[in-house]
Design a binder for this molecule. Structure first.
Ligand code: ZN
Length: 243
């Protein structure tokens, strides 16, 4: 099996580029390297038993998300937030908050877990070279009753669950939508998060307001015709790949 975790019953015939082959620092950006470092930091965690009861597994997944969060605090890497992504009862992605390690304000646990899971399931996509069957960029049809404007789009992390030790901020919730993750489990509430000094809740409130009433100044429709040239380029691309 070459240790491949991609989602295809290809057995020994797998020819995907595997995660280890992508660790060449010349090809991977700083962000991806930091995510890989996160995965390396967690090798001590034993894999979940396939025979355990599902509810018992879910509990362990949340415990692992919390362990990652505590590690981030203890090492001074970031806030107390950890996440794991699960497919077919197995953890395929881990993430922890690394804002203080990197100085990158958006280095949240959910984002890093999504990058970790995506690179594992679809390593070639990092190089923009594989949209094929078995990759997460494989096209799947729109579900019946879905308001999706296109008839099919990339699978992404459909079929996966995410476990987070605290409620997601709007950015991470949006990342979960983009990833097409099926089910989100979170432990601590937004109120719990506010109580320890992180103000995520106001963002949810702000999003519900008109553009002109947001806390950050927004100029709507500025040079619209210029921006639309990029949309036109997308629509004119014959082989565009909805995701
Ligand atoms: Zn977040």
């Amino acid at each position: 099996m070459n240790g491949c975790t991609c989602n295809t019953p290809h057995g020994a015939e797998c020819d995907h580029t595997h995660r280890d082959e992508l660790l060449d620092p010349g090809r991977r950006m700083f962000m991806a390297s930091a995510v890989a470092a996160g995965a390396a930091a967690t090798v001590g965690f034993s894999s979940i038993s396939a025979v355990a009861a599902p509810s018992e597994d879910k509990k362990k997944f949340m415990e692992e998300a919390t362990r990652l969060a505590i590690e981030s605090v203890e090492k001074g890497w970031g806030g107390p937030f950890g996440a794991v992504i699960v497919k077919d009862g197995e953890i395929i992605g881990r993430g922890q908050n690394r804002v203080l390690l990197t100085g990158v304000p958006v280095f949240h646990a959910e984002i890093t877990a999504i990058i970790d899971a995506s690179t594992r399931l679809n390593p070639k996509a990092l190089l923009g070279s594989d949209y094929g069957a078995g990759t997460i960029l494989e096209m799947i049809p729109r579900e019946e009753g879905s308001p999706d404007p296109v008839p099919e789009r990339a699978r992404m992390l459909k079929g996966c669950e995410i476990y987070i030790n605290g409620a997601p901020c709007p950015m991470c919730m949006s990342a979960i939508y983009w990833s097409r993750i099926d089910h989100l489990y979170f432990a601590a509430s937004l109120k719990d998060t506010s109580a320890i000094g992180f103000d995520d809740a106001f963002q949810y409130e702000d999003f519900a307001k008109p553009w002109t009433e947001r806390r950050i100044a927004v100029t709507e429709g500025f040079e619209r015709d210029t921006g639309l040239k990029a949309y036109e380029a997308w629509m004119n691309k014959q082989d565009r790949h909805p995701y």
